[in-house]
Design a protein around this ligand. Sequence first.
Ligand SMILES: CC(C)(COP(=O)(O)OP(=O)(O)OC[C@H]1O[C@@H](n2cnc3c(N)ncnc32)[C@H](O)[C@@H]1OP(=O)(O)O)[C@@H](O)C(=O)NCCC(=O)NCCS
Length: 150
Amino acid sequence: MNVEYGPLTGADAARCAELEAQLFDGDDPWPERAFLAELAAKHNYYVAARVDDKVVGYAGIARLGRFKPYEYEIHTVGVDPAWQGQGIGRGMLSRLLDYAGDGTVFLEVRTDNAAAIALYESEGFVRVGIRKRYYRVSGADAYTMKRERR
Ligand SMILES: CC(C)(COP(=O)(O)OP(=O)(O)OC[C@H]1O[C@@H](n2cnc3c(N)ncnc32)[C@H](O)[C@@H]1OP(=O)(O)O)[C@@H](O)C(=O)NCCC(=O)NCCS
């Protein structure tokens, strides 16, 4: 398997929306225009994982605030179901964390998403709170997780 990591571009937005619909069905999956808006935002950083030039994963992080020390917020991480469990999620997350450097990083994750929670905990995130009915459509709760400055 030859996975290549690189920038996600506007040309990938439709493919990302297709994956979103599979990965977050029933939880307000982002449409193509949401990806285009994310990619246009100046302090966002998005990475793609590609196999044979096809996007099999995408992940993005936002830098918050105008002055150092910055905080960061992971906005999304998704891997094509056919490619899950092969290290791609971790590969993309580590690139987002490289971008954040020694900044504090936050994210929200569904409380029943054991796979994602295990990934985040293994990269140093801890649960710092619970957000009731954070996911608008399903009404599911989220944990807020935080990785402290390093
Ligand atoms: C969560 C997700 C991004 C993980 O990506 P992935 O490429 O499948 O994960 P990786 O192969 O890199 O695995 C990294 C770690 O995640 C955890 N993990 C992955 N799949 C898991 C599973 N089925 N059960 C439990 N833990 C799991 C493990 O800790 C794993 O580390 P290990 O292989 O050393 O045990 C992917 O499953 C996904 O896209 N899920 C649907 C969308 C989603 O939930 N995104 C996160 C929203 S916050």
